[in-house]
Design a protein around this ligand. Structure first.
Ligand code: BGC
Length: 397
């Protein structure tokens, strides 16, 4: 039995565009719905969590998890430039209150990949007013954050800086070919600036702890490629961790590892076990990610804000998560300051182009929207209640 530090937070994460449905004003919705879109599947109604969030929170509380990370959809709150919707702000405030009423700690992300269409039409993060627009959104969003203890400014800014090309027709083939291009360094710097300014605004307007959540891909050097790996990791990951050195916490997100050779990322070896996203099955990813983050930003409290597996086999989800939690416990025992663990994801949701990779602790029927908690949900809930991990995984009913 491995016990976790007193007060360790246990929960699950979601993101607006992936669960709400019908985010009509977002740039990703526009991409999905463009004629001959290169995105295979539309988000459509998603999990209809825009309406069904009370059920989602009821189930989370019943399961025994204590924290819920969700995001605001900027394109709902500011559907056209400068026009803010009081009704949408009130909607998100009701979710925050709904968490508190159920004894769940809300963790709010302000930006999770999508933007209002008008923002992207004006050049997105490279547009002349990007920082002013984001500042203003953050200030308005602050008005509903009273009592929220942790706020994430931007989710996976490193992925955002890689995804900008998705919105540029002439660069799309790079994505269709499967390889993410390196982040646009100019965009990375703008995002770091936007984050710093948002942190300042949130510190002025709220009592929340502020951080951002970084995608950690565990870049591992092939023999002889140590220098190349450092360079590869810097623009894709380490730059963003360095930019978090004055934050109140850092969100650490990891699922797999990527090996780097002299000429860049190496393919997953033939015969390696993979998940429904095609990533290598690698449970210790999160432990390594925590150590790596603590090395670059020593002393900053870390929160696992995402970790999980896309699988159709719930026993595999439990086995993966058991391995992941063991690696978290190991990092803690080495002195890495980890505050909590939020699983990705609470629900089977829209995985940015497809519903096939199922990451959820809770299955969602695509037609009726009926939620069915999986055994993995009950299993993680029991760990949360005990604040301890049984070793080996508890026998399942
Ligand atoms: C993102 C999520 C995504 C998950 C699995 C992270 O990159 O924050 O939105 O669904 O990983 O791919």
């Amino acid at each position: 039995m491995t016990t976790f530090p007193t007060g360790f937070q246990w929960g699950a994460s979601t993101a607006a565009h992936q669960i709400e449905g019908n985010n009509l004003n977002s740039d990703f919705w526009a991409l999905e719905n463009a004629p001959n879109s290169f995105i295979p599947e539309r988000s459509g109604d998603a999990c209809d969590s825009y309406h069904r969030w009370p059920t989602d929170l009821d189930l989370l509380a019943e399961t025994g998890l204590g924290a819920y990370r969700f995001s605001l959809d900027w394109s709902r709150i500011e559907p056209s430039e400068g026009n803010f919707s009081r009704a949408e702000l009130a909607h998100y405030r009701r979710i925050i209150d709904g968490c508190v009423q159920r004894g769940i700690t809300p963790i709010v992300t302000l930006h999770h990949f999508t933007h209002p269409r008008w923002f992207t039409d004006q050049g997105g993060w490279s547009g002349p007013n990007a920082l002013v627009y984001f500042d203003r959104f953050v200030r308005v969003a602050s008005s509903i954050l009273d009592g929220v203890a942790d706020v994430v400014t931007i989710n996976e800014p490193n992925m955002v800086a890689m995804m900008v090309n998705m919105f540029k027709e002439e660069r799309r083939n790079e994505l269709v070919a499967g390889a993410m291009p390196p982040p646009d360094q100019q965009v990375s710097e703008i995002l770091a600036e936007a984050h710093g300014r948002a942190r300042e605004i949130l510190h002025q307007e709220t009592d929340a702890r502020v951080g951002w959540t970084i995608a950690n891909q565990n870049f591992q050097a092939a023999p002889g490629a140590e220098e190349e790996t450092k360079a590869w990791a810097w623009s894709r990951e380490d730059f963003f961790i360095e930019a978090a050195r004055s934050d109140d916490f850092i969100g650490v997100q990891a699922y797999t590892r990527v090996r780097i050779g002299k000429d860049g990322a190496l393919p997953i070896p033939d015969g390696a076990r993979t998940t429904l996203t095609g990533w290598e099955y690698y449970p210790p990813a999160i432990g390594h990610a925590l150590r790596h983050t603590a090395e670059i930003a020593p002393g900053i409290p870390l929160l696992v804000t995402e970790n999980g597996i896309a699988t159709s086999d719930d026993d595999e989800r439990i086995a993966y998560t058991h391995g992941a939690l063991s690696s978290v416990a190991e990092a803690i025992s080495e002195g890495v300051p980890v505050r909590g663990y939020l699983h990705w994801s609470w629900l089977d949701n829209y995985e940015w182009g497809s519903y096939l990779p199922t990451f959820g602790l809770v299955a969602v029927d695509r037609e009726s929207f009926v939620r069915s908690p999986r055994r993995s949900a009950t299993w993680l809930g029991a760990i949360s209640r005990a604040n301890a991990l049984q070793d080996p995984p508890a026998k399942l009913a």
